[in-house]
Design a binder for this molecule. Structure first.
Ligand code: AHR
Length: 489
């Protein structure tokens, strides 16, 4: 047992936690869209307009605030007009990034907007800059959002959608330093300026324009973006960072040594340094905080499950993933002054998935349950939260605890994780500037290799947990390998 002191000052707001910090990402990759989300209208799997009912329900339960689509690398080879109109005659294409399989475009703009409507989340569309044209992207925005008479609005009506949709989040390309065109930042900055000029705010719709940001620690990319982009035409730049210690040896999702566990956590914890470094650059150019940092791809990335398609990125999800999810989400909360959105990669059947499906079966992963535990932070004010800590490893910094706190309508939410595999963490937390008389806690805890599968879907689930409040102090003991959420009011 190890003891740690914590201090929360509820009067010291460090940033507003936009709900979009709990965002998600669904790409045309492997079985994420097809089978995972969309099964078609004539499937025996219960669906609404071809979209799985169990998935809609699961997304709603964690209050999914935003969903990014159609990629990823797929976005920069996607031509949206191929995905509208009568499904049977939609043009097919090769999904060159993800297994070279045929994409039949059954799931397109209308299906995506329907999904977002059913889930109650904001759509976030990433436009094709790498292989598309300015006109193509401009017309997509017109098709979705214009309510008057115009070629694209008329086409939308012909396809059965009379009213325009609202579209807030628009990404101008994806990873344009890599799969999105291998551009230099100096070149991309101009391309971005050009593309966004033709994406108009129609019919009361207000676009939030997101530029491609850096890969991991590419500070030069951020510097050049901030030199060349202004708040007049840019709302955010998007960082991508995956927890992968070694790209050539990613390792198994379920079989790993203690040392490999620490190595992965140390890598995940680099997110803190990255947020600090990119934010510092942004502060120099934008001290008024008008351009946000969006982390629009994050998560763990392992070898695919044995016997599955190498291009489909299907991996299991253990308590190790739950611990890394908690670490990242606590970091986003703590950096919520600048970080206004973050999207886990990816929602179903791909990488650090929320949900896994097999035919009609569906499993909620440990990572899903972390999003459930953390959902009360959405829309709250992050408040000062100090905690004593120590490293689990001598060679690299692996924090034993991670935590963050927020206040919403007088209710304090504290989320905290214990990454140790051996020691309990006994936490005594001082709560200042908020009168609280009740504490209740929920916890996710299991052996670190534990996961949910189609035979045992509830091996890892949320349980109630004791939390005691005495003289303005919270007493909480976390077992090894645990993520907890405490509500104080
Ligand atoms: O999420 C998988 C891929 O990772 C995305 O398509 C791409 O943007 C990133 O490299």
């Amino acid at each position: 047992m190890k003891q740690f002191r914590m201090l929360i000052n509820a009067a010291d707001c460090t940033g507003h936690i936009e709900p979009e910090v709990y965002g998600h990402f669904a790409e045309h990759l492997g079985r994420c869209i097809y089978q995972g989300i969309y099964v078609g209208t004539d499937s025996p799997i219960p669906n609404i307009c071809g979209i799985r009912k169990d998935v809609i329900e699961a997304f709603r339960q964690i209050r999914m605030p935003v969903l990014r689509w159609p990629g990823g690398c797929f976005a920069d080879e996607y031509h949206w007009k191929d995905g509208i109109g009568e499904p049977a005659v939609r043009r097919k294409m090769i999904n060159t990034n993800w297994g070279g399989v045929t994409e039949d475009n059954a799931f397109g703009t209308h299906e995506f907007m329907k999904l977002c409507e059913l889930v109650g989340c904001e759509p976030y569309i990433t436009g094709n800059v790498g292989s598309g044209t300015v006109q193509e992207l401009a017309e997509w925005v017109e098709y979705i959002t214009f309510d008057g008479v115009s070629p694209m609005a008329d086409l939308r009506r012909q396809n059965g959608q009379n009213e325009p949709w609202k579209l807030k989040y628009l990404g101008i390309g994806n990873e344009n330093w890599g799969c999105g065109g291998n551009m230099r930042p100096e070149y991309y900055a101009d391309v971005y300026r050009r593309y966004q000029s033709f994406c108009k705010n129609f019919s009361g719709n207000q676009l939030y324009r997101i530029a491609c940001g850096p890969s991991g620690s590419d500070l030069h990319w951020t510097e050049v973006m901030m030199q060349n982009l202004t708040p007049a035409h840019t709302d955010a730049i998007a960082l991508h960072f995956y927890s992968v210690p070694e790209w050539n040896h990613k390792g198994s999702a379920t079989e790993f040594t203690e040392d490999e566990y620490y190595t992965l956590l140390a890598c995940a914890n680099e997110m803190e340094t990255l947020l600090r470094m990119h934010t510092q650059i942004m502060e120099r150019y934008d001290p008024q905080n008008r351009i946000a940092l969006v982390v629009d791809e994050w998560g763990t990335w392992y070898d695919v499950e044995p016997g599955t398609h190498p291009g489909f990125l299907y991996q299991q999800n253990t308590m190790r993933d739950a611990i890394t999810a908690a670490l990242n989400l606590n970091l986003f909360n703590r950096n919520s002054r600048r970080v206004k959105m973050a999207n886990l990669a990816q929602a179903v059947n791909v990488l650090q998935a929320l949900l896994l499906t097999e035919g009609e079966k569906l499993v909620k992963t440990p990572t899903y349950h972390v999003f459930d535990l953390f959902k009360e932070h959405q829309g709250g004010d992050a408040v000062y939260c100090f905690m004593e800590n120590e490293s689990l490893c001598d060679e690299k910094y692996v924090p034993m605890l991670s935590g963050s706190a927020s206040v919403k309508a007088g209710v304090l939410t504290l989320t905290v994780s214990n990454a140790s595999l051996h020691d309990e963490a006994k936490i005594v937390c001082d709560i200042c500037n908020l009168d609280v008389s009740q504490a209740s806690a929920r916890i996710l805890t299991q052996e670190v290799h534990a996961y949910n599968d189609f035979d045992v879907p509830d091996r890892v689930t949320i349980q109630p947990h004791p939390a005691e409040l005495k003289d303005g102090k919270l007493y909480l003991t976390l077992p090894p390998c645990a993520v907890a959420a405490v509500t104080l009011q």
